[in-house]
Design a protein around this ligand. Sequence first.
Ligand code: F6P
Length: 408
Amino acid sequence: MPTFAAAEQKIALVMVGLPARGKSYIARKLARYLRWRGQETRVFNVGMYRREIVGSQVSHDFFDPDNPDGRRERMRLADVALRDMLKWLTQSGQIAIYDATNSTRERRHWIRDTCKTQNVSVVFIETVCDDPQVIDRNLRDTKLHSPDYAGIAPEEALVDFKQRIAHYEKAYETVADDEGMCVKLIDEGKKVAVHHIDGAIMSRVVYFLMNLRTKRRPIWLTRHGESEFNVEDRIGGDSDLSARGHDFARALAGFMQTRRDIDPITVWTSRLRRTIQTASYLPERTRAFRSLDEIDAGECDGMTYSEVRKQFPDQFAQRSRDKLNYRYPRGESYNDVIQRLDPIIIEIERHEHPILIVSHHGVLRALYAYLMDTPPQDCPHLPMPLHTVLELMPNAYGCSERRFPLSS
Ligand code: F6P
């Protein structure tokens, strides 16, 4: 499987920052991206350990650095999570994300020293934000729905959480240059400071983080309308839409009309005729990307599946055994598609408007796998029917999904 880190390189990405600065949001997005790129990645959230071990509803005093019992208990929980993380990293894991405030120098020192004993490199990812509007939005979007405040009136929960933040502020120390590798995301990534970062994997991580925006907007995915090749069950090619395909293209324009609001919609297609024709009934200007072209079936391009089975029985069997890694002769594998879609993922993350992507069976499976955090092995088998629009709406920590079959 093509990955961008040496198999033995183990990394702990350690989140740093006051509460409600978007650490968990970033940790989960990053984990999803790295998993999609083929890295064994897992988030270790110390808050979840606390909820499991001491229960969810603890008062803000628990977080007061001047409360010795609370301090001892928080250190114990951090230690349990760190040991679990190192155990996982020394077994199957490649990249762990240690999600907690890690807001003092002393705490980070301990994390770094403990990781060093297991040959794990530590990179701090600090989120710095003093904009009260952003903090308030984060509080309302995430903390009020946390199990910590289940059954508690929102205004009461807000007061308690703000006191929790105040406790952390008393002890908070920003990451200093002598603490090692660090990425600082200031004011939701408007400014990014990078210290001592090197290597392919960390360069990708920094690039991803620099492009990460928090604006929520829908993403619609649809395959092109039925093509002449679809009618004959042929793979690949660059055929035109069938009459049914054009009906779908018109139905898509009608559907998008019901979705239009004040935000302009961006429409992307592949460079192949069937997606461009599908988008041609929409009023928006479209942009065609080669990276959205269908998986390249190489020497099998233009054949039916039964022709492939007859003419290339070994290839057919190999593909059935491992569809993710199988590469068509002179063509691509799903893993190749995933790698070439990386710039599209970055574009999706940095784009602030709703996006409609008109593309193909294999490519949409790979995009969907990213957006819905589906394990890579499942990606080549995801159902992606023709004439169906998928509406994906990012929420605090993932995406919700609705499917609209637009049958003609
Ligand atoms: O059959 C339509 C199609 O888009 C082909 O062009 C492409 O090769 C195929 O779907 C991808 O699906 P699978 O990977 O399941 O063969």
